[in-house]
Design a protein. Structure first.
Length: 282
């Protein structure tokens, strides 16, 4: 083999080595960080809390055990981690400092003592027909997506007592969380609930009875005449371990708003509907 041939082979391997080093650095530039969120009072896990990294477009939810996992790019000096959950004080700290600890404790939000108010007139609003007409398939993993309707109550001071909905649930159980949001420029805004309110839905067929959130123990007094009521699927399971499905049932034509994932934009569907009915007093 000639000298030029040996130099060519050596140059080839050198180039290949540089290529591998560059790309391996790119692969390992990302790192995975795991943490846990608990209630400072008793150490119980805070499920489905939001964990976000500023300026990086990263946002995840903790699981039912309070655990979360972040896939991070190289940390910048101005990166911060933001942890929040309904009913708790939020945490914001430098990401570099946060990575030195594995557990984050949240304090429950102190609730203001409300003036005793008497609401005597019972009212209802929303879907009326019980006959199944439409259904909307939904992801059973906790994606952070929501689906719901806008309600015009005509009252700026009322007590929300019950939210009724219908699903076709082929899973054994599904945990569904309620949201009540204000409307800002035609889109859902901040959550008006200070408690994380959820209900367990068991196996249901299309024409079975409706499910509901009983809100009477929470004393939810709203001061917005227009509200957006929505549902978020936190978790669904089946004992056999098989894949299962969940559909929100519509009973009459009408609009609803939805977003498929936590960071998705709100979309409107004028052609289908979901069964959603609220009960309140004023």
């Amino acid at each position: 083999m000639g000298l030029h041939s040996k130099k060519g082979i050596a140059r080839y391997f050198l180039t290949y080595l540089v290529f591998i080093l560059i790309h391996s650095q790119g692969l390992y530039a990302q790192s995975r960080y795991n943490g846990k969120i608990v209630n400072v009072k008793d150490g119980t896990p805070v499920a489905f809390a939001t964990v976000a990294v500023d300026n990086a477009g990263i946002k995840v939810l903790s699981d039912i055990y309070g655990n979360f996992s972040l896939l991070l790019n190289p940390i910048r000096n101005n990166d911060s981690i933001f942890i929040s959950s309904v009913g708790y004080r939020s945490i914001k700290m430098a990401l570099a400092d946060a990575m030195l600890q594995k557990e984050f404790s949240l304090y429950e939000e102190a609730k203001d003592l409300q003036t005793v108010m008497v609401f005597s007139k019972n009212m209802e609003a929303g879907s009326t027909s019980e006959v199944t007409g439409y259904y909307r398939a939904w992801n059973t993993d906790h994606t952070g997506g929501e689906i719901g309707k806008v309600f015009e109550t005509g009252h700026k001071n009322f007590k929300l007592e019950k939210v009724r909905f219908k699903v076709n649930n082929r899973c054994d159980t599904c945990l569904i969380r309620l949201h009540v949001r204000e409307m800002i420029d035609g889109e859902p805004g901040e959550d008006l609930l200070t408690d994380s309110i959820s209900t367990m839905v068991h196996h249901l067929m299309l024409d079975d009875n409706s499910s509901e959130f009983d809100l009477q123990p929470y004393n939810i007094i709203l001061k917005k005449s227009t509200i957006f009521v929505s549902m978020e699927v936190l978790n669904c399971s089946k004992r056999s371990g098989e894949v299962c499905s969940l559909c929100f049932i519509g009973t009459e034509r009408g609009d609803y708003l939805y977003k498929s994932r936590l960071n998705s934009t709100w979309e409107e569907s004028p052609e289908y509907s979901i069964y959603l009915r609220i009960y309140y007093k004023y």
